[in-house]
Ligand binder design. Structure first.
Ligand SMILES: Nc1nc2c(ncn2[C@@H]2O[C@H](COP(=O)(O)OP(=O)(O)OP(=O)(O)O)[C@@H](O)[C@H]2O)c(=O)[nH]1
Ligand SMILES: [Mg+2]
Length: 265
């Protein structure tokens, strides 16, 4: 199952749905987690979910307000577990995470508990049009700063294109991941590492968003850099014995009118 959090992605979501289903991955499901986008992304997603061709293959989780992609992902991960997904892939709606890598991620899932789409290993790259300072800062944050502070081997800790085995999502207990913004990705992968899950990296190219509005600001990046320390103190004591063993129970589907549209309060 692929999970995509959305906020104002009306230009991207129809193309993304088509690109994902064109992969023709067997037993493929999509869960869109929308935070009541003012541009109507949630309605567009519902419209696809209700089409006969996508029946029971697209699920839409409606959250009542914008709270950042971290909480949206947490609800999405729990819902995916409840829906019975074995492999859970997270990705952005704006094509910075290209669907063409999904078959390779699935292949690597036989060797690893978690697969990280990585811009900063051999063969990985970011948008050619990015300025040199932005490129250098992102490389430094991912290759030097974060691994040094967290003492871990992952070379793209801030990227959000990842595959998790269901057991890893349950074992990690996503409720203990508290960040809501960009550092959410770092916190998730640090918790996975501390709990002893086997993490593999797949080289990806990361083009910047072509359409839709950017939500990234430099102040967010600075805050994320400082919060890496908070993550270290919060989760530094975790180890394999601290994996959660019981799955999530059903909750929050209090206004289900159609079977594949879920509302969270
Ligand atoms: N549900 C939900 N999704 C969000 C929220 N903020 C961002 N997203 C989605 O999370 C994904 C990543 O956000 P982006 O805005 O692409 O972040 P980015 O790639 O760092 O920055 P840009 O591509 O420059 O905008 C996208 O699919 C967004 O639509 C939010 O508050 N709630
Ligand atoms: Mg983006």
């Amino acid at each position: 199952m692929v999970i995509i959090p959305t906020y104002n992605e009306k230009e991207n979501i129809p193309n993304m749905i088509q690109a994902l289903f064109a992969l023709e991955v067997p037993n493929f499901h999509l869960l869109i987690v929308d935070d009541d986008s003012p541009d109507g992304t949630g309605d567009i997603a519902d419209d696809y979910a209700n089409r006969d061709s996508y029946k029971d293959r697209i699920f839409v989780l409606h959250r009542l307000e914008k709270k950042g992609f971290g909480p949206a992902y947490k609800d999405g991960f729990k819902k995916a577990v409840q829906l019975g997904a074995d492999l859970i892939i997270q990705m952005d709606a704006d094509f910075s995470h290209q669907p063409k890598y999904i078959p390779q991620m699935l292949e690597l899932s036989s060797k690893f508990d978690v697969v990280v789409g990585s811009r900063y290993i051999k063969g990985g790259s970011v948008d050619e049009n990015r300025g040199p300072i932005r490129k250098l800062l992102s490389w430094w944050a991912n290759r030097i700063y974060t691994p040094l502070i967290l003492n871990f081997p992952v070379k793209d800790a801030t990227g959000g294109f990842r595959l998790f085995h269901r057991d890893a999502i349950v074992g990690m207990d996503v409720d203990q991941v508290l960040a809501s913004g960009y550092v959410f990705q770092v916190e998730m992968i640090y918790v996975a590492h501390k709990l002893g899950y086997k993490i593999g990296e797949l080289a990806i190219h990361f083009p910047d968003r072509q359409v839709g509005t950017s939500k990234m600001k430099s102040s967010i990046a600075v805050e994320a850099a400082l919060r890496v320390w908070q993550i270290k103190f919060r989760h530094g004591g975790l180890n394999q014995a601290r994996r959660r063993t019981h799955a999530y129970t059903s909750k929050g589907s209090n206004c289900t009118t159609k079977c594949n549209i879920i509302c969270f309060s």
